[in-house]
Design a protein. Structure first.
Length: 241
């Protein structure tokens, strides 16, 4: 039985859901922030589950609604900064060296990605905080590309604030029916995952096809034409009138 079914059929949450609620009841807002920070570092922990639970816990009076929003946003920032630091430690040169060893990946792909991030990095960080799966990973290229820390922190906070407010408020208003938020948000998560997988499959298929075509062109026999040199100077032909 999954978490959604458990929450829907039992008045007393169990398993991971019960642990999350217990931490929030015991530690209040800081507990919610700590769990969200961990969610950033371990993407399999879905924020679409944690945030409505924070709102639900606030609806029971174990912490304030404003506290739930602010602490979870702070937790999002802390987790994002940890991944930003990891990306900065990895660095551009190491990233290029790793990419050069990956099959089907060209350094030109890295160059294009760097150029795109240099142009759209701020928007990527802001909106990336509102996309499941990419919420965490967007911090890595920001660190690798050495985005100004103040800019990264500002737009990470703003993007996280929007996302967290929506889900915490939904859980707060729905109360015991908080699981409905996770149920419908799960559809978005699955759509993102499916789209990502299809994108990777298309990329791999096109790259394999292009590599085979380039290899066939390179291995094709080259026809060389001998240079013809005239033995006699060119004769001028006069028109007969």
């Amino acid at each position: 039985m999954d978490l959604t079914t458990t929450a829907a059929t039992s008045a007393q949450p169990t398993g991971f859901t019960a642990w999350v609620i217990g931490v929030m009841e015991t530690l209040g807002g800081p507990g919610a922030g700590m769990i969200i920070a961990l969610e950033n570092l371990f993407p399999p922990i879905p924020s679409e589950l944690i945030l409505p639970l924070a709102g639900f816990t606030a609806s029971r009076g174990d912490m304030s609604l404003l506290g739930a929003i602010l602490w979870t946003t702070l937790g999002s920032l802390v987790g994002a900064l940890a991944l930003y630091w990891l990306g900065a430690k990895l660095g551009r040169e190491r990233t290029r060296a790793i990419a050069a060893k990956l099959p089907l990946v060209k350094l030109s792909d890295v160059d294009k990605t760097e150029a795109w991030f240099a142009k759209h990095g701020v928007k990527a960080v802001f909106f990336g905080r509102m996309i499941p799966l990419f919420r965490s990973f967007i911090s890595l290229p920001a660190g690798v590309e050495q985005m100004r820390l103040s800019t990264f922190a500002l737009f990470t906070t703003l993007g996280s604030l929007v996302w967290n407010t929506i889900f915490v408020l939904a859980g707060y208003l729905l109360g015991q029916h908080w699981y409905l938020v996770e149920q419908y948000a799960g559809l978005l998560s699955r759509a993102v995952v499916i789209t990502s997988v299809l994108t990777v499959v298309v990329f791999v298929a096109l790259r394999i096809r292009n590599n085979r075509r380039d290899q066939a062109i390179a291995e094709a026999p080259t026809v060389q034409f001998a240079r013809v040199q005239a033995d006699h100077p060119t004769e001028e032909i006069h028109r007969i009138r």
